[in-house]
Design a protein around this ligand. Structure first.
Ligand SMILES: [Zn+2]
Length: 155
């Protein structure tokens, strides 16, 4: 999974909920995991108490690294901690054989999100920890204009 170094602290501290520390450890090692129901095979993230099939036994598997942008929106009026990032893109990502995740989506200057387009997961390494995000599958992450602090949403 690709990584992008971003100086400074994460805009929002992670919740201290069940499974978060394990997920952060997975992000740090580059292999975040999801839970898969042993009864029906449905992938879950975050970890559920029970599957929709009623199953309560899960195995951990690595999150798929690619998926499709199901839907996206451009946030112009952001809450306080995220105001400095606006405008930024948030999208629902359907991971290949995995769960649907709501993530920030980074793109190059002038990029506009397009539904059903291929995306890849991306780990943003802040000074105080990692954050999972996504970007278009063909983006050049070494291009600093393409991977700036503020994802450009186009106008
Ligand atoms: Zn199940």
């Amino acid at each position: 999974m690709n990584r992008l170094r971003i100086p400074g602290l994460r805009p929002v501290a992670p919740l201290q909920a069940m499974g978060v520390a394990r997920f952060e450890a997975g992000l740090t090692s580059g292999a975040p995991q999801m839970q898969v129901c042993n009864a029906c095979g449905q992938a879950h993230f975050p970890p559920p108490c029970a599957c929709s099939c009623g199953g309560t036994s899960f195995r951990a598997e690595n999150l798929p690294t690619t998926g499709t942008l199901y839907a996206a929106t451009i946030i112009h009026a952001a809450p306080g901690a995220l105001a400095a990032l606006a405008p930024y893109v948030v999208g629902l990502i359907d991971l290949q054989d995995g769960p649907r995740l709501l993530l920030r989506v980074l793109g190059p200057q002038g990029w506009e999100p397009e539904c059903d387009s291929p995306v890849q997961l991306l780990i943003l390494d802040y000074d105080d920890g990692p954050v999972l995000a996504a970007c278009p599958e063909n983006i050049d992450l070494t291009d600093t204009t393409a991977a700036g602090q503020n994802a450009q949403a186009g106008t």
